[in-house]
Design a protein around this ligand. Structure first.
Ligand SMILES: *Cc1c(COP(=O)(O)O)cnc(C)c1O
Length: 383
């Protein structure tokens, strides 16, 4: 039976298992060795070569979920992103990234690329025209992020991929917010999919990891740089990731459902000024999101009316936790103004539409009624 025939839940549960030939246990054994034989072996293995048994096998699960030929697991999302960028860019090259970009990626580009003589452009918006206008003769890479953080803007994946292909430019996507359950960008023409596996793939707020899915050929190019940069993941964490991913689809489906219902609830709430969620018909790119996403994701943002203090509101919550991160089975909130976008200037924040009242909400898998009740009691305690 071919692996590609498996349904998504079967891929989550079984693809990439390390068979326990010795004791016939039900789950993958962990191979903690950092030292392997070098003669009379088919593969010379070493953790920094990204090819221990656990690393190699869980990569197959990621690849299968993203409809890619190959996968790779990294020590963090940023290890994956930085390695991929440095694999395809050299001095004199140029990269186009969208202005609504994950803060860590933006910092990496702004702080490190000048040292290597790599040129970059942040687009003015996230329309195809914005990308087209940013392309130069030395552009080698276009990197997109959709839905974006924290305003859930939607970039047209196929249109950007087509634009890049016509000009021989490689494309990468940060698929962290969508997860492979909601969005498989390789089907839409993107070359390389990148994840912070710290988020939905891990899903329990206890793993820091990154992942890449792409063609065999691109994997080879990435691997050659990855082994030099050394951003690999320890086998215990790889094993934790495999365990966590067995429930990926179950978790994400529930998070999608909670987020959609919560977005609808907040959208009609007197205390709420605005909701940003691609699954709402009022979202400017709802129609586009529908064509490229299978679910709208577990992330939303909202603004409280000015009469409510967003910071005080979050302090009054009893169930929903404050958190710098996202995508766990527990619901969390944060103020982008005070956290992810705190280092920007007021002007930059205004340009991105990130005000004091904005709250980013990562929906967990709890019963929706309890989340609503928590929000109600917090709002009431403020008045
Ligand atoms: C968290 C995150 C990253 C960075 O991942 P780490 O695992 O923290 O290194 C990259 N992109 C997005 C969209 C993220 O949310």
């Amino acid at each position: 039976m071919s692996k590609t025939k498996f349904g998504v839940n079967t891929i989550c549960t079984h693809t990439g298992e390390v068979k326990d030939e010795q004791f016939k246990g039900a789950v993958s054994p962990i191979y903690m060795s950092t030292s392997y034989a070098f003669e009379e072996v088919a593969v010379k293995r070493y953790p920094r070569y990204f090819n221990t048994p656990n690393q190699e096998f869980v990569s197959k699960k990621i690849a299968a979920l993203e409809h890619a030929e190959a996968g790779m697991i990294f020590g963090s999302g940023m290890a994956a992103i930085s390695t991929v960028f440095l694999a395809f860019l050299k001095a004199g090259d140029h990269i186009v990234v969208q202005n609504t970009l994950y803060g860590g990626t933006s910092n990496f580009i702004r702080e490190e690329f000048p040292k290597y003589g790599i040129d970059f452009t942040f687009t003015n918006g996230y329309s195809v025209a914005d990308f087209e206008n940013a392309i130069q003769s030395n552009t080698k890479l276009i990197h997109i992020e959709t839905p974006s953080n924290p305003l859930m803007t939607i970039t047209d994946i196929s249109a950007v991929a087509k634009l890049a292909q016509a000009k021989g430019i490689k494309t990468t996507i940060d698929n962290t917010f969508a997860s492979p359950i909601n969005q498989t960008a390789i089907d839409l023409g993107i070359d390389i999919v990148i994840h912070s596996a710290t988020k939905y793939l891990g899903g329990h707020s206890d793993i820091l990891a990154g992942a890449v899915a792409c063609s065999e050929k691109d994997r080879e190019i990435i691997w050659n740089v990855a082994k030099n940069l050394g951003g690999s993941l320890s086998d215990f964490m790889v094993w934790m990731l495999e365990r966590s991913m067995k429930t990926l689809k179950l978790r994400v489906k529930k998070q999608n459902k909670n987020a959609l219902k919560m977005a609808q609830y907040l959208a009609q709430h007197k205390a709420v000024k605005r909701v940003y969620y691609p699954g709402l018909k009022t979202h400017p790119e709802y129609a586009l999101a529908k064509t490229q996403m299978k679910g709208f994701g577990g992330m939303l943002s909202f603004e409280l009316q000015e009469t409510y203090d967003a910071s005080q509101f979050q302090k009054r919550l009893q169930l929903i936790k404050p958190s710098m991160s996202l995508a766990g089975v527990e619901s969390t909130m944060l103020s982008p103004y005070l956290t992810s976008h705190a280092l920007l200037t007021q002007e930059q924040r205004d340009a991105l539409g990130i005000g004091k009242g904005l709250i980013r909400f990562s929906l967990g898998i709890e019963s929706l009624k309890d989340l609503k009740a928590d929000i109600e009691q917090a709002l009431q305690s403020l008045h």
